[in-house]
Write a protein that binds this ligand. Structure first.
Ligand code: CP
Length: 303
């Protein structure tokens, strides 16, 4: 069985193939009335143990646009509330003869555990702070569409790197495709350890903003702040929010990205989030194409 569990274990060629397939699906379904039949007869289940708007909806739409059946599982209204474990829950659903399981879970490694124990394809839709591979792919696809290539670009991931699965998937994918990656944020949320992987570490957005081709503005993950000291929201916004003044010092063609959901006024001001350099909604749109590619590639390779 093929799975999509992370970008760390994928080669540059595998990442490029996923991006190319996503681009082809995007073009083939540009008029959203077109429905393909590439996954006719396939059933995928969305097993989400954490909230989601973008990822869940786009996996569901992606399956339908390729002619697959897509089933929703909601942890809060399931027998998980009666004490059923993740593995028992997943095996129960698997026994109904499904082809793919898309899982989001707060525990890092939950998708890997399911992949080892189930006889269906598993796609990681976000496992705690570990990885969010389809988010990494859709971010990279968005950069590639706007710049033609990723190699040689300077891409800064700004914000809560410590708790961000999006940051990890972006770092692996962008590095493999030849980008220069900067992680930027307060020292409580950005570790110097990243330097060991060839990533530049900065605690000063004003110092790096002028040389970035892309800024990906990550949300502060309040729900994952355990005991770590953290600057106040007001301090954070003062030091790291992408605002009009910082835009004046950025490259004219800078891409402003955010995986969403965004906290307006914290990591980005509304005029920048909605401004001419923002590609935030392009990212959402590309999420659909990338999830079509993910479902197609894992299930096709497993047939
Ligand atoms: N970016 C992202 O994963 O958004 P959702 O939590 O809304 O799916």
């Amino acid at each position: 069985r093929r799975h999509l569990l992370d970008l760390e274990s994928l080669s540059a060629e595998e990442i490029t193939t996923a991006l190319d397939v996503a681009q082809r699906f995007k073009e083939a379904t540009r008029d959203c009335k077109v429905k393909l039949s590439a996954l006719a007869g396939v059933t995928s289940v969305n097993l989400f143990f954490e909230d989601s708007t973008r990822t869940r909806t786009s996996f569901s739409l992606a399956a339908r646009r390729l002619g697959a059946d897509s089933v929703e599982f909601s942890a809060s209204s399931s027998s998980v509330s009666k004490g059923e474990t993740l593995l028992d829950t997943a095996k129960t659903i698997e026994s109904m003869k499904i082809d793919a399981m898309v899982i989001r879970h707060r525990s890092p490694g939950a998708p890997q555990m399911l992949a080892k124990n189930l006889d269906c394809c598993v796609i990681n839709a976000g496992d705690g702070p570990h990885e969010h591979p389809t988010q990494g792919l859709l971010d990279i696809l968005t950069i590639r569409q706007h710049r033609g290539t990723v190699a040689g670009l300077t891409v800064a991931l700004v914000g809560d790197i410590a708790h961000s699965r999006t940051a990890r998937s972006n770092i692996w994918g962008l590095k493999k495709l030849g980008a220069h990656v900067i992680v930027c944020g307060p020292s409580t949320l950005v570790s110097k350890q990243w330097e060991k992987l060839g990533v530049e570490v900065s605690h000063d957005l004003d110092d790096i903003v002028a040389r970035c081709d892309v800024l990906n503005l990550l949300r502060i993950q309040f729900e994952r702040q355990y005991t770590r000291p953290f600057p106040s929201v007001r301090e954070y916004a003062l030091l790291y929010a992408m605002n009009r003044e910082r835009m004046r010092r950025a490259k004219e063609n800078i891409l402003i990205m955010a995986p969403g959901p965004i906290n307006r006024g914290v990591e980005v001001t509304p005029e920048v989030a909605d401004g001419s350099q923002s590609v935030i909604l392009h990212q959402v749109n590309n999420g659909l194409a990338v999830r079509m590619a993910a479902l197609y590639l894992v299930t096709k390779a497993s047939r």
